[in-house]
Design a protein around this ligand. Structure first.
Ligand code: PEP
Ligand code: MN
Length: 356
């Protein structure tokens, strides 16, 4: 595939390409104040959600077309380019009618081939950069399908946004990064720029710096970060929005490292380690949940917590299995002993709390 650059005139080629702005356009004043503060801090592309996909009806679903007018006014006053999310044919028409410079397809929409096709058909002959967020579910082929639908409609100025994948497990992230997915995408489409969205991955202000640095270390092209003139009062995603001043600090602190092969390979390996540690912890948490259930069962049936025979069997059996998997048996025993003692502690807790 032959992609074209998503860089708009006057924008530096150097990493990271930065897109920033509020989750949602709320009022004319908020759109304008945030835009002016961001422009003063060197941001060149402004994002704001005009139509907001919400899990349940009744929440703030975006201001709609009037917000496009405010954004174009902000463009006039600051010289920044404007970007917004589109999910339907009508959104595309409206955004183009007002002169929005860049569009993105949101994560919920990217998961729906009918919606992506409708947007692709509407965009035929349009020559502005289009960014595709990863689908909410970790389905690489579905993401690639969306790229193909737009490409087949003649859109060449394509880019991707990695915003993480939804999960029902409790984790520090709002959406799991699962870095291996965008990394695999980069391997398959080396010329397609990937922009990281640390705001939606982290869901928390204090995670933005780290995730942004990780993305840069993985050689991502850019960052799309939610920034609001008054984050605590934001009408959507307030926990993850930062002030334009904070954004400047974060961007200044980011280190862009050499992209020589060895560094890049090491970063890829380290990110695999991070990912695996994260999976390990999640598995451990799941195992503890099962242990607590066993605790409840034992309590109901007046059984003792410790059943020595079963414990011995587990230890020896797993140690042998570990050896077959190229680990030392002692190491596996130590790990399992630590896990077991935490299980026992959690079962005691269950007993304590539920004592009649
Ligand atoms: C957004 O960018 O504000 C948004 C709704 O993101 P996502 O589609 O990634 O949830
Ligand atoms: Mn948001």
């Amino acid at each position: 595939m032959n992609f074209e650059s998503i860089l708009l005139p006057g924008i530096d080629e150097k990493r990271p390409l930065v897109i920033a702005g509020p989750c949602s356009a709320e009022t004319e004043e908020q759109v304008m104040t945030t835009a002016k503060e961001l422009a003063a801090n060197g941001v060149k592309i402004y994002r704001a959600g005009v139509w907001k996909p919400r899990t349940k009806p009744g929440g703030f679903e975006g201001v709609g077309s009037p917000a496009l007018k405010w954004m174009m006014q902000a463009e006039k006053e600051t010289g920044m380019y404007m970007a917004t999310e589109v999910a339907t044919e009508r959104h595309v028409y409206e955004a183009l009618k007002y002169g929005i410079d860049m569009l993105w397809i949101g994560a919920r929409t990217a998961a729906n081939p009918f919606a992506v096709q409708e947007i692709a058909d509407t965009l035929k002959g349009v020559d502005i950069p289009i960014l595709i967020k990863n689908p909410v579910n970790p389905d690489l082929e579905l993401w690639i399908g969306a790229i193909e639908r737009l490409y087949n409609a003649g859109i060449k100025k394509l880019g991707l946004i990695h915003r993480g994948f939804s999960t029902t497990d409790k984790t520090i992230y709002r959406n799991l990064p699962q870095w291996h997915i965008p990394i695999e995408l980069k391997r398959r489409f080396p010329t397609l720029p990937i922009i990281c969205d640390p705001s939606h991955i982290g869901g928390r202000r204090d995670l933005i710096q780290t995730i942004s640095q990780q993305a840069m270390d993985l050689n991502f092209y850019g960052l799309i970060i939610e920034s609001h003139c008054s984050p605590d009062e934001a009408w959507s995603d307030k926990d993850q929005q930062i002030t334009p001043a904070k954004l400047r600090d974060i961007l200044e602190a980011i280190v862009i490292r050499d992209t020589v092969q060895t560094t890049e390979d090491l970063s890829v390996l380290r990110s695999q380690i991070d990912e695996l540690d994260n999976e390990l912890l999640q598995l451990l948490a799941k195992r503890m949940r099962v242990s607590r259930e066993i605790g409840h069962y034992k309590l109901e049936h007046d059984m003792p917590i410790l059943q020595t025979q079963r414990y011995d069997h587990i230890l020896n059996d797993r140690a042998a299995q570990g050896e077959r998997m190229d680990m030392s048996g002692d190491f596996v025993k130590q790990v399992l002993e630590a896990i077991h003692s935490e299980s026992v502690r959690q079962q005691f807790e269950v007993m304590e709390k539920n004592k009649k």
